[in-house]
Design a protein around this ligand. Structure first.
Ligand SMILES: Cc1cc2nc3c(=O)[nH]c(=O)nc-3n(C[C@H](O)[C@H](O)[C@H](O)COP(=O)(O)O)c2cc1C
Length: 179
């Protein structure tokens, strides 16, 4: 399983967290989205899309410039997971909205969306990263809950592994049933 972790980061927080994700994943490549093209996403089986949020719910600058690259990538049969980095206390009305923006750009494409994350344990008013009561991906907050980040990352990676195993088994069974 080849993993690509793609981050957009203004002051380094999202980048540092992605290095921690990489460490616990124990494999894969960490890419800054500022210098990638759609082909780069397609090289991986597991694609982790990580962004911070800026302005008032704005997507991080490099992601904003590169959004068309993930939009035009072929994600069929890929596992796609999201990571949002934001500040729930300072920006509780647009908490990690950047994740919602990336998700909306690709949601009509075919891929296996994994790594949804519970909203419990966070205090915020609104977030476009929240859909049907769950976050679209792992949500991390360096400003207010930095002490929780590494534990959340470990738990999330275990969840990713479990989901990928389960989905792969179903796909194998489907292929067998067709033969
Ligand atoms: C001017 C400014 C605007 C911000 N806007 C938001 C926001 O709308 N939503 C949010 O969740 N966090 C917001 N943040 C918090 C950043 O996302 C947070 O500091 C994050 O850790 C930055 O990560 P980065 O260094 O990887 O870009 C803002 C921070 C600043 C300084």
């Amino acid at each position: 399983m080849e993993a690509g972790i793609f981050f957009g980061s203004q002051t380094g927080n999202c980048e540092t967290l992605c290095q921690t994700i990489h460490k616990h994943l124990g494999e894969g490549v960490v890419h800054n989205v500022s210098d990638i093209s759609s082909d780069d996403f397609e090289k991986f089986d597991l694609i982790i899309l990580a962004t911070s949020t800026w302005g008032s719910g704005d997507l991080q600058d490099d992601w904003d410039l590169q959004l068309s690259e993930i939009e035009s990538a072929n994600l069929e049969n890929k596992f796609v997971a999201f990571v949002g980095v934001g500040d729930q206390e300072g920006y509780g009305e647009t908490f990690c909205d950047g994740v919602g923006t990336i998700y909306d750009a690709i949601k009509d494409k075919k891929f296996n969306h994994i790594g949804l994350w519970p909203k419990e344990g966070y205090e915020f008013e609104e977030s476009t990263a929240l859909r049907d009561g769950k976050f679209l991906g792992l949500i991390l907050d360096v400003e207010n809950q930095d002490d929780l980040s590494e534990g959340r990352i470990k738990k999330w990676i275990a969840q990713l592994r479990e989901e990928m195993t389960r989905i792969s088994k179903i796909e194998i069974e489907e292929v067998r049933a067709e033969v």
